[in-house]
Ligand binder design. Sequence first.
Ligand SMILES: Cc1cc2nc3c(=O)[nH]c(=O)nc-3n(C[C@H](O)[C@H](O)[C@H](O)COP(=O)(O)OP(=O)(O)OC[C@H]3O[C@@H](n4cnc5c(N)ncnc54)[C@H](O)[C@@H]3O)c2cc1C
Length: 541
Amino acid sequence: MSEDLDILVLGAGPNGLTCGAYLARAGARVAVLERNVESGGGLTTQELSGFALNSHAIYMLLAELMPPYHDLDLRSYGVSFVRPEAQAAFLFGSESMVLYSDPERSAASVAALSPGDASVFRELYEDFRRASDEMIIPATYFPPVEPLDQIELLAEAGDVGRWLNELAEMTPREVIHGYGFSDERVEAALVYLASMFGLDPDGGGMGFLMPVYVYRLMQSALVAGGSHQMASGLRRALEASGGRVITAAEVREVVLDGGRVRGVRLDDASVLSAQTVVSTLNPEQNFLQLVEPDALPASLVEAARAWEWDEASLFVANWGVVGDPPRYEGRSSEVDKALNVVMGVESVEDVIAHFEAARSGEMPDGSVGHMSCPSLFDPLAAARHLPQYGNCEVLRFECLAPYEADWAQSKRELAEKAFEAWRRHAPNLAKANVRVSLPWSPKDIEDHLPSMRRGAIKHGAYTSIQMGYNRPSSDCSSYRTPLEGFYVAGASTHPGGMVLLGAGYNAAHAIAEDLGLPIWWGVPEMVRTAVEKGYLPDTMP
Ligand SMILES: Cc1cc2nc3c(=O)[nH]c(=O)nc-3n(C[C@H](O)[C@H](O)[C@H](O)COP(=O)(O)OP(=O)(O)OC[C@H]3O[C@@H](n4cnc5c(N)ncnc54)[C@H](O)[C@@H]3O)c2cc1C
């Protein structure tokens, strides 16, 4: 196989498709190579007997705030978001609390649980919103800044900057605890939100991520029609500019000649030639498997060998059921309307115990986790058009889980236990109503997406030495690697995992600059403002 291509992007997940779409529109001849038969990576929606089930990413934290949404005109390619007003409900004994996208409604719910904590909640929300909107979200769409320079900029950028520097010395749990909520359940709810994607509540130096996780999990959205719609939209944007996705193309090797990239070799031994290769795979794949370590500086090989995987993965179960959506017994109808309903958490210690159990390899029992009925907000998810179902819904349970376990044996058992635990809160759900069920374990995640080794949904742990400028190594913090023509752009680079599209976006900028391609997209307004306020440098690193 020989193709006249300029750029090969490895991996058609959210970052690979984003990077490819920007570069194709800049005029490069781009092919995105994907080992699976369908593009999407973490943006997977599996259709089972008419039910659209999201086995990977579902909650879009930044949604319309992501610059690629506008630059690539994803709306015109069928990508739209649904944002439920009630975002997260917490079941505490016989009481509950609901957090809404409207902070005043959230404060009222906090007040109903613990009157003295409403004003504390308002203060926290405003701090988190401001830090996220002014600095953390803009920095997502800007290359990482060298740590000492970033600290210096923040120190001089006023109160928010100085506060962010303080958070960078704290654990997520300490950040919430510092607000002094009088009712520990409120604190537990906020720590749960921060840790539900595997962030260690006691992770040293990870406190700076708290504002964005907590604030955006009160503003999260679903992709209408299922998460894969976003992958389809990105792919259409890529193809509209002449780029292509080649599926069932597993990349085995980056072909080098004279110390520079010449293309890639696929699983079937065929070679695709291009002078630029951009990988969205993980550091082990990039620097220990695809490229001969001899071709790389020892420091980079060492960083890949020392790479730490996420300590906790996720277990997800989806069901297609006939009948009504869950009705939570003895609770306000507001709980029924929430996007996520969290069960099994009464204290911060419960959240820590859930995380620790996953970290230490203990199998969850299904009693702690969050439950969702996506079809309440996105009717396209359920198979209501099929006459055999009529009234039907999609249900989804998610919890932290260990990678090491006999998942082939235990994933169905865990799904059943979780369904039973859910039924204890919502007795209108009945096992007899289940028409399809899709338990999805950390091992399934890895088998489907080898980039997520050990079920690492962010391609690697968030620790202070694996974030920002050091993600995956200071040798390639600008998305350029020491190997001429080889770039990195996946979740193991800044800003990290989740469907933010930031890594693909930032890498496209670096590559366009190096190849002399037109940078046809403008600097996002929020980034311009962050630069003006001094949070970010006025020249790209
Ligand atoms: C269960 C689960 C739930 C999640 N929930 C959320 C959520 O609610 N919200 C959120 O924002 N994020 C969520 N995430 C995280 C999010 O999906 C990822 O962080 C994101 O997909 C990373 O994007 P990426 O493009 O960097 O990598 P990936 O999505 O991993 O894409 C990489 C692609 O490379 C392909 N590939 C791997 N090896 C090769 C090879 N050798 N050759 C060719 N192709 C290859 C893979 O098949 C894959 O398609 C979740 C993830 C999981 C697994």
